[in-house]
Design a protein around this ligand. Structure first.
Ligand SMILES: Cc1cc2nc3c(=O)[nH]c(=O)nc-3n(C[C@H](O)[C@H](O)[C@H](O)COP(=O)(O)OP(=O)(O)OC[C@H]3O[C@@H](n4cnc5c(N)ncnc54)[C@H](O)[C@@H]3O)c2cc1C
Length: 463
């Protein structure tokens, strides 16, 4: 039986990057991945295909509103076959690139499913066994199906099917109000489907502030998506003409029907088939693998990173966690844990919603004193000329010196704009430092100077 210094289970964002770093540090390394197609969720069925389709539907949306810009575009409509062709071409390129990197890495690539036989030994689906001095679990997540009567057997679409659609569905009920639900509900609506979104929580995008989530909700509703929040789903059924969902809403029993149903109720860690119990690994109540700040499980030589560990399902965090784990396993010195006070999150709806650092809610919960200021896009030159009037920029800063603590941007290309602040936040910049920087006119980014100035003035008047 071959023994490696480091084995990554999974060749997605977490596993691939852990193996790359481990091998680079001189450890004998293997990646074990049992998927038919290599590439991981982000490339094959997550970030990249969804953002490709969302961008195409944004172009369609702009073309349909050509009149606003003085343009005569008589018939702009989605050609799903052509859109899929373009998406596939792009995704196949990304996947080929990753597959080449997996084959050409300084590590062994083993195409098999793995499960723990004991804390150092993996049993592979090809009948072999391998041993690892260190093992990283990077097995990702799978779609969750909550216990709504009828849902598990109804044959609802998941994001996988929505991302592969080659026709325009006449009507779709979207169950859920998280990031994937909102992004793909808008995609479906823009290509021409009648969309009803049914969400259990009172607020769409419940991890975000009511104001930010409200701005996204207003934009989706303005495009014709029916949004029902604060519901209690009672049952799902499928008949000859499609699906019906029965739920309680504002004290009444309500039924909505549509040709298709999209289950966007979230994902759960993909750890069951791995038999973590055989290695004595502790999991949390929601199935996530419990880790410490170095990504170690309760078995110190076994690490976990990415969606199977949480606390978030975000690619750059999966990579940071995985690289940290590999360096820790190699015994590198001077390491720092992943800093979640710099957390960056983007919702790719239009308007986009991006948050950075600590949110107002987190600051209040932690009892951290802060100043805040915001400015709306409907009063800003560049966004007005672009007809991009939804949303605002809000900044949070420490009240004495004005050190930036966090930011929230809802608006056109907020996911790009927020990066103006990521470096300054990581470097501990103050609002005064940021005001010394040049801001070009007219840009969307210069809107950030207004809340910066407001906070700087508050600090001056308080001192
Ligand atoms: C529709 C959608 C859109 C998204 N958009 C974004 C976005 O815009 N930005 C963002 O940051 N995040 C986005 N995400 C989330 C992001 O894709 C994930 O957080 C990220 O891909 C997780 O990486 P991972 O390495 O943990 O898991 P994965 O990439 O899923 O890799 C897990 C790998 O493990 C393998 N595996 C599983 N079990 C075993 C086993 N027992 N043995 C061997 N191999 C195994 C699988 O085959 C797979 O290749 C999106 C997700 C979805 C669903």
């Amino acid at each position: 039986m071959k023994t490696y210094d480091f084995i990554a289970i999974g060749g997605g964002s977490a596993g691939f990057n852990a193996a790359r770093v481990a091998a680079g540090l001189g450890m004998t390394t293997a990646v074990v991945d049992g998927a038919k197609e290599l590439g991981g969720l982000c490339i094959l069925r997550g970030c990249m295909p969804s953002k490709t389709l969302l961008y195409m539907s944004e172009v369609l949306h702009l073309a349909r509103h050509g009149k606003t810009f003085g343009l005569h575009i008589p018939s702009a409509r989605a050609d799903l076959a052509a859109m899929q062709k373009r998406k596939r071409r792009i995704i196949v390129d990304f996947a080929n690139y990753r597959e080449k990197a997996l084959h050409a890495g300084k590590f062994d690539l083993i195409r098999a499913h793995a499960r723990f036989a004991d804390a150092h030994t993996l049993e592979l689906s090809d009948g072999n066994r391998i041993r690892g001095r260190h093992i990283l679990i990077g097995t990702g997540s799978v779609v969750a199906t909550p216990p709504v009567p009828g849902l598990a057997v109804a044959g609802a679409w998941t994001s996988d099917e929505v991302l592969d659609l080659d026709f325009i569905p006449p009507s779709v009920i979207v169950l859920g109000g998280g990031i994937v639900a909102c992004e793909l509900a808008q995609f479906l609506s823009r290509i021409g489907s009648r969309v009803t979104l049914i969400q259990r929580s009172e607020q769409l995008l419940r991890d975000h502030s009511p104001e930010a989530a409200g701005a996204v909700r207003d934009a989706l509703a303005a495009e014709g998506i029916e949004i029902l929040t604060g519901t209690k789903p009672l049952k799902v059924s499928r008949g000859q003409r499609g699906f019906s969902v029965t739920f309680e809403h504002e004290g009444s029993r309500v039924v909505r029907r549509a040709a298709h149903l999209f289950n966007a109720l979230g994902r759960r860690p993909n750890t069951e088939s791995l038999s973590p119990g055989a290695a004595g690994i502790r999991t949390l109540a929601d199935g996530r693998i419990q880790t410490n700040r170095w990504q170690q499980t309760n078995q110190p030589h076994i690490y976990a990173a990415g969606d199977c560990a949480g606390p978030v399902e975000i690619v750059h965090v999966a990579i940071q966690q995985a690289e940290l784990a590999a360096r820790h396993a190699a015994g590198c010195r001077g390491l720092k844990p992943v800093d979640y006070s710099l957390l960056l999150n983007v919702v790719f709806t239009d308007p986009q919603l991006a948050t950075l650092g600590l949110t107002g809610r987190q600051l209040r919960d932690k009892g951290v004193p802060f100043l805040e200021a915001s400015y709306p896009f409907n009063d800003h030159g560049k966004s007005i000329l672009m007809e991009a009037n939804h949303g605002f920029v809000r900044l949070f800063a420490e009240p004495r010196r004005g050190r930036l603590l966090g930011a929230e941007i809802v608006g056109k290309d907020a996911g790009e704009l927020i990066h103006v602040l990521t470096g300054p936040l990581a470097l501990g910049a103050t609002v005064h430092d940021l005001l010394r920087a040049p801001w070009y006119h007219p840009t969307l980014a210069e809107i950030i100077t207004y809340p910066l100035e407001e906070i700087a003035e508050k600090i001056q008047s308080d001192s």
